[in-house]
Design a protein around this ligand. Structure first.
Ligand SMILES: C=C(O[C@@H]1C=C(C(=O)O)C=C[C@H]1O)C(=O)O
Length: 391
């Protein structure tokens, strides 16, 4: 699929050695976009396709590929959609789409599950979490919506729309075709959550957990943010995520710097508790992909302990595919191993036939209120549904 809406690469571009001058004008860049406020990465073509993340990590470590881009699924046992692109470019500044992406009319064809069933699932999880003899402490339950647009919308147009709606937000598009069952599909998202970023020896992460919906009235809105900052239930939900990152980063990093208290951050639709984590990578051969695999799945999208939470989710929801996984890029170790991975939330899978699936979930602990959890998923859906004027 062509992406005529990708703006030209700027003069700070650093192209992989495979790139030929004059061939990075991105009229034909089609496979991968990762946009942050300070830079963006574009990738196209398939030099090597990986379905096993260990092979991708090994190829990055020995430098047999320059870079790997793509997606990790929620369940680390599922095939990944990672490729070493034929050409890739890292530009300073955000991606500037040349269109606002349009806003085609769309209808929700199916809710999976219906809100009342989600409420029942949350109530059942709360009962399990409240059992003093049980080991489960937190689990993140999600639901999906299936949409159809009345006129075609490409993944690139959806990304442009998301960027237009939140010009400070991150946006990604990644081709999932190499993963079984995802032929011709793309994952498109506007995730607010940095799973891991590596820049030289500096490693940063910004886990989120604990949420409140924004409100159109600025006074009510500010009060919601303040209430979230002191909500014991949300602070507890958050602590599981920070503890997990601390223990999964410790073997790979020195000088872990983790503040005691989270900060409040916002997206156009949500308030979140977030913790800015900094560390120094101990071994120069560790790449951003190694770090992403070491920390995923965090309790922000899975739960605590990880395996019982994952099994509870799979038994309740079935496969999540690439929702609640990670999307990002990593350079090879000889090139420095830099890269960045976002948690794949506030995202949608655009199938080859145009069907769009989007998801929203929330962390459940013993004190959670099932009705409030349904409302939280409704509020989180706004990030994607607003692209179709459904919110
Ligand atoms: C699971 C999602 O979001 C995650 C869960 C959060 C929570 O439970 O408060 C907050 C941010 C994300 O880490 C989602 O948006 O689908």
């Amino acid at each position: 699929m062509k992406s005529p809406i990708v703006a030209p690469a700027d003069t700070h571009a650093t192209a992989s050695p495979a790139a030929r001058p004059g061939h990075t004008t991105p009229d034909d860049l089609d496979g991968f976009l990762f946009c942050r406020n300070d830079y963006h990465v574009l990738g196209t073509g398939r030099h090597t396709v990986f379905d096993d993340p260990a092979d991708a990590c090994a190829a990055l470590r020995d430098g047999s590929v320059d870079a790997v881009v793509g997606a990790l699924p929620f369940d680390p046992r599922d095939p990944v959609a990672l490729t070493a692109p034929q050409r890739w470019v890292k530009n300073s500044g955000p991606w500037l789409p040349t269109t606002d992406g349009g806003s085609p009319a769309a209808r929700i064809e199916r809710r999976d599950p219906e809100p009342e069933d989600h409420r029942r699932r949350v109530a059942a999880a709360v009962e399990r979490l409240a059992d003093p003899a049980g080991e489960l402490q937190k689990v993140v339950l999600a639901r999906a919506l299936r949409l159809r647009t009345e006129s075609a919308m490409t993944p690139w147009e959806l990304a442009a729309r998301l960027r237009t709606l939140d010009p400070r937000g991150s946006v990604f598009v990644t081709d999932l075709s190499s993963a079984p069952g995802h032929g011709g599909a793309h994952l498109v998202g506007a995730s607010p959550e940095v799973l891991i970023r590596k820049s030289g020896s500096l490693v940063t992460a910004h886990p989120l957990a604990g949420s409140a919906a924004r409100h159109p009235d600025p006074v009510v809105d500010a009060e919601r943010g303040r209430a979230l900052a002191v909500s014991k239930k949300d602070l507890d939900e958050h602590r599981y995520v920070v503890d997990s990152l601390r223990s999964s980063l410790a073997p790979l990093c020195a000088e872990l710097d983790i503040p005691d208290e989270p900060v409040i951050m916002s997206t156009p639709s949500m308030w979140h508790l977030g913790t800015p984590i900094r560390a120094t990578v101990a071994d120069a051969s560790v790449t951003a992909l190694d770090l992403a695999i070491a920390v995923h799945p965090t309790p922000a999208i899975c739960g605590t302990p990880t395996v019982p939470a994952r099994d509870h989710i799979l038994a309740t929801e079935g496969s999540r595919g690439f929702y609640a996984g990670a999307v990002g890029w990593s350079e090879s170790a000889p090139a420095g191993g830099d890269g960045e991975w976002m948690v794949s939330i506030r995202c949608a899978e655009v199938a080859a036939d145009g069907e769009i699936t989007t998801w929203a979930g929330g962390g459940i602990v013993a004190q959670s209120d099932p009705a409030a959890e349904v409302a939280e998923t409704e509020a989180k859906f706004a990030a994607i549904l607003s692209a179709f004027s459904l919110r």
